[in-house]
Design a protein around this ligand. Sequence first.
Ligand code: PXP
Length: 244
Amino acid sequence: MSVRLHVNVDHVATLRQARGTTYPDPVQAAALCEDAGVHGITVHLREDRRHIQDHDVERLRKVARVVVNLEMAATEEMLSIAMAIKPTLVTLVPENRAERTTEGGLDVSGSLARVQSLCRRLATAGVGVSLFIDPAEEQIRASKEAGASIIELHTGDYANATTVDARLSELARLAHGAAFGASLGLRVAAGHGLTRSNVGALLAAAPQIEELNVGHAIVADAVMMGMKEAVRAFFDAMKARSTG
Ligand code: PXP
């Protein structure tokens, strides 16, 4: 099975917001990702709007040729935005204003009625729903009950493991979660903290994973892999001025 890749372009917007400029534009970055063959673009519209803005999601929805996956908190404000923009997919995530990035999975079993209601309303509008959860049986079972079609397993603990034992134990948890989710008929995705160094072992351990959401590492690689080219382009611009 070939695994689909969704690139999260939030941190292109982080860079833009840091300077209050109009560039770099996450929607333009999304177009470059499409050219490179990605299957989807993921954006997280946070309640504090620290990176992606509402207009980014609106513009992305208009121009994207691939899946648009809107990550959002399970709130009524976000639901009404999603109902208006109608992304291909909504991923419900927990959100805490003080966090640097999404920490921990959504507690679906602890908020089943609310998540169920959001899933139902999004499905009625033709929007698929994925739930970002820890690879625990209780959360996977609750996700099925809530009516989600996809679960995205949180790979943060795997990515952050500092010992071989911890890494293997997280891999085993993810492998079990992926197999259990698939056995319930759920589609299985994964994401958070994935890099070129840790993705191979994950996919080998959990062959049921169909889709990955990767942001930070790809944006970081883009900066490093593009740095020489950017400096050379700037030199060219300087030369053009001196001869023009
Ligand atoms: N999946 C979800 C649900 C996320 O919240 C994030 C972070 O925004 C990611 C995947 C991507 O994580 P990373 O930026 O570490 O690749």
